[in-house]
Design a protein around this ligand. Structure first.
Ligand code: NAD
Length: 317
């Protein structure tokens, strides 16, 4: 089976590509190596993927509609896993228009190219941010209501809507996966856990924004497993699933875990940032019952593995 992974040179994409290669799939990566958190780092991701076996890599920007259609016709994938996007809530407040390009326009180009080639299934990487800042948690799939608090969330929500539109035009099956705060080896350096580990290892204080928040931190291997289960799940209509650990970790608990691993470090408390939701917690019962999804890596174990990776690859933090 030919699998095309857009954004395959990114954090989740590299972990997914390595697993799919190990499982014997024919993996095609399309990635423009966007400079958000360094394109050199993405080249290192590609090298890491190649250590696991053969991968077909196309450096291409999905913002080009004609080139994207041509590429899809050349590759003729059975499944498209669309991870490519500009991620990150904070940066979306600085550059909202870039998110219209990379998260919405590029997605429309992918959908159009998938619809006009032989693609059977499109998996779209959405985000817990599409739930906005809701007082009631855990978050169930049907609770998303479009009341959002960051340009990133608005772009993902809009991209989800375009996915529904194109799934109605064309014959591919659509699955939307809403990932909850992903962490692990090769994690994005703009995300809290990676940032905290780097700051502690450098002896700098860590910046904690807002009080009493919690996140459903999900180890990247569990996200990869969720994607693969969704990929192999037969469905005749559009599906939407939360893919998360299903256990919120409070900021205090995260800090306790970090103290357990590193000993004492300094903290800088800062006010809540615009765009940040207070807490996230995935209700994963739908993915459990329909996909047999069951996250395997406890937070303690995931954090240990991430810290071991950080010691081994300190220069990439
Ligand atoms: P990432 O930035 O590491 O990976 C995204 C990749 O997409 C990058 O390699 C980038 O070069 C590529 N890309 C971006 N725009 C492109 C374009 N126009 N053409 C070709 N390639 C392009 O991000 P990630 O953390 O691996 O996230 C992957 C997906 O999962 C994204 O859609 C993100 O919004 C979503 N997501 C991530 C998280 C998380 O916690 N990491 C949570 C929820 C959702």
């Amino acid at each position: 089976m030919r699998i095309l992974i857009t954004g395959g040179a990114g954090f989740i994409g590299m972990n997914l590509s390595r697993k799919l290669i190990q499982l014997g799939y024919d993996v095609y990566i399309v990635d423009c190596l966007h400079p958000y958190y360094s394109n050199e780092r993405k080249k290192v991701h590609l090298q890491q993927i190649r250590n696991f076996g053969n991968v077909h890599f196309y450096r291409h920007d999905l913002l080009d509609p004609v080139g994207t259609k041509k590429l899809f016709l050349d590759i003729s994938p059975h499944v498209v896993i669309h991870l490519a996007a500009l991620p990150g809530v904070s940066y979306s407040l600085e550059q909202p228009l870039a998110y219209i390009d990379y998260d919405i326009k590029a997605t429309v180009n992918v959908l159009e190219a998938a619809g006009t080639s032989e693609v059977k299934k499109v998996i779209f990487a959405s985000s817990s941010s599409v739930y906005g800042d809701q007082p009631q948690i855990p978050l169930k799939e049907e609770m998303a209501n479009g009341r959002l608090i960051s340009p990133y969330a608005a772009a993902k929500w809009s991209a989800e809507s375009f996915c529904h539109v194109y799934a109605s035009f064309y014959s591919f099956q659509l699955t939307i996966l809403r990932f909850f705060t992903v962490y692990g080896p090769w994690g994005r350096p703009d995300m809290a856990i990676a940032k905290f580990i780097k700051q502690i290892m450098k002896g700098e204080p860590i910046s904690v924004y807002g009080k009493g928040s919690a996140r459903d931190y999900t180890y990247v291997d569990d996200i990869v497993e969720g994607i693969i289960l969704a990929m192999n799940h037969f469905a005749s209509e559009t599906k939407i699933y939360n893919i998360g650990a299903g256990h919120p970790i409070s900021m205090n608990s995260l800090l306790d875990h970090l103290t357990g691993q590193f000993g004492r470090f300094r903290l800088e408390n800062k006010p809540t940032r615009k765009g940040d939701v207070h807490s996230t917690w995935a209700d994963i019962s739908k993915a459990k019952s329909e996909l047999d999804f069951s996250p395997k890596v406890s937070f303690e174990e995931g954090l240990k593995r991430t810290i071991s990776w950080a010691y081994e690859y300190e220069k990439y933090l």
